[in-house]
Design a binder for this molecule. Sequence first.
Ligand SMILES: Nc1nc2c(c(=O)[nH]1)N=C([C@H](O)[C@@H](O)CO)CN2
Length: 120
Amino acid sequence: MMAPLIFIEEMKVETIIGVSDWERALPQTLLIDLEMTLPQITSANSDLITDTIDYALVAERIKSITSNHTFKLLEPLAYRIIETLEKEFKAPWMKLKISKPQILPQVKAVGVIFEKGVRT
Ligand SMILES: Nc1nc2c(c(=O)[nH]1)N=C([C@H](O)[C@@H](O)CO)CN2
């Protein structure tokens, strides 16, 4: 069976996050990568935005969550995003990666990956 995906790659969001006070003193850039399967592939024939998951709306939702939270760790932020997207967009499967670039010396990025649902 064909299981179409939508994806968002390296979305940059500015947010206050981190364990230490020095880290939380200023906003920092996180990178968000997301893959979501679609509940159906009707839009491939209908050509209607209403028959798919609108990735622009998904990106807006991610932006609003990352701008309005008080978490220190990436894990609760990832959990909040994935739970919200599941509820609002009904994707059967999602994989979310949040990267924090250049926070550790000699490391390009660190972060978390959350996967939810069943990928068909
Ligand atoms: N599993 C995690 N480990 C760490 C996190 C995190 O969010 N999840 N955060 C930090 C600090 O904020 C780090 O980014 C800077 O020292 C450390 N470990």
